[in-house]
Design a protein around this ligand. Structure first.
Ligand code: PLP
Length: 392
């Protein structure tokens, strides 16, 4: 069979531009023609320390030379160390490692259902949010509230009840004796950077306490310093019972985690596992990433760059008559009343700036957490030009 393009051996799952990315360093990505891009997508908020940081390449090569995979049947030191680091810097006592955000969320759903079967007469329903995003496995797609996923891959995994984000009354009304948990993103990322309000999150904690439900935070996108604190729940002043991490925790390598309070941990041998889960190669990188984030001044820098970018975007919005700027830290969204997000993201790419149109009416910014002030200024200057060109 002949192939019509250089990419035909790959299963077609999304529209991609024709360039091939070959190299990255910090905030910059280079394609095979040598063209350079200022990257404010960073693998979808994944490269928390930028492209190919030395701390990750060194950790990978030294750990690879020492031990890659002793099998999940044995303890390994990097997994123990990373779990200790995570529990000592969060409100959780236990960690299960996974390879993707979706897998960590599957684990959260299973843990909640198991807890319901043991402690709540088999309650299994989980209240999730309209427009929420939790991943692409069958259960996490079922938990997600993306409107155009409604009809896909039927039948869905049952047991997910959707309510509108920030609607506490609707959430209260959705609780029945079958409800075991409430699960949400503290800031909806894929939906276009839509924050859950603090009163809503605090209200959910109260509802969960009143009705003995588990509160699950999907911090795959908001966790690991993205919002300027190590985790988003810290800014809401409440503690969830379960939290999932992904994306930034591996700084670019496949690593995710399910964290839970001791009282919730009810998996028994055979309930949960996985061939690569907690392998030392990825766990060692996770340690290096988290240790970097814990260095004095790191999170302060994230907050400073976040304010710089948000203020700059607000100024551009006023100048060019665009919409509101949403989000915290280095997860920011900008509304585009004209709905021309895809055109702007494409024009930006041609001029060497990578930004994501999370929706046609929203641009999303998720640079490396160690992006420099100059790089933020460069991004803003390029956007200024782009908005002027689009208006012309
Ligand atoms: C990206 C994301 C996921 C899915 O993570 P994968 O690693 O792609 O499986 C889940 N939840 C949220 C909030 C995300 O942003």
């Amino acid at each position: 069979m002949s192939k019509s393009s250089a990419f035909d051996s790959l299963m077609s799952i999304t529209k991609r531009p024709p360039m091939v990315m070959v190299e990255g360093r910090g905030s910059w990505l280079t394609d095979s023609s040598g063209k350079r891009y200022l990257d404010f997508i960073q693998g979808w908020a994944v490269n928390s320390l930028g492209h190919a940081p030395e701390v990750i390449s060194q950790t990978l090569s030294s750990q690879a030379a020492r031990l890659i995979s002793p099998s999940p049947a044995f303890y390994n030191q990097p997994a123990i160390s990373l779990a200790d680091l995570l529990t000592s810097h969060s409100c959780f006592e236990r960690v299960f490692f996974a390879n993707s955000g979706a897998e960590a969320n599957e684990g959260a759903i299973k843990l909640a259902r198991k807890w319901g079967s043991l402690h709540k007469q088999g309650a299994y329903e989980i209240i999730t949010m309209v427009n929420g995003f939790h991943g692409r496995t069958l259960a996490t797609m079922s938990a997600s509230g993306k409107p155009h996923w409604q009809e896909l891959f039927e039948p869905k995994v049952p047991g997910f009840i959707k309510v509108a984000l920030n609607d506490l009354d609707a959430t209260r009304a959705a609780i029945t004796e079958r409800t075991v948990a409430i699960m949400l993103e503290p800031v909806q990322g894929e939906a276009g950077v839509i924050p859950a309000s603090q009163p809503f999150l605090q209200g959910l904690r109260q509802l969960a306490d009143q009705h003995r439900l588990l509160l699950i935070f999907d911090e795959v996108q908001t966790g690991m310093g993205r919002l300027g604190s190590l985790f988003a729940y810290q800014q809401a002043g409440i503690e969830p019972d379960i939290m999932t991490l992904g994306k930034g925790i591996g700084g670019g390598v496949p690593l995710a985690a399910l964290l839970a309070k001791e009282t919730v941990c009810c998996f028994e041998p055979g309930d949960q596992g996985g061939t690569y889960n907690g392998n030392p190669l990825m766990a060692a990188v996770g340690c290096a990433v988290l240790e970097t984030m814990l260095q004095p001044g790191f999170l302060e820098q994230v907050r400073e760059r976040g304010v710089q970018l948000a203020n700059g975007l607000r100024k551009l919005s006023t100048q060019h008559g665009l919409g509101e700027v949403r989000g915290t830290g280095l997860l920011l969204g900008m509304a585009l009343p004209a709905g021309n997000g895809d055109a702007i993201a494409e024009a930006a790419r041609e001029q060497g700036l990578l930004i994501n149109a999370a929706r046609p009416d929203t641009l999303r910014f998720m640079p490396a957490l160690n992006v420099s002030a100059d790089e933020v200024d460069t991004c803003l200057a390029m956007l200024d030009q782009l908005f002027a060109q689009q208006a012309a």
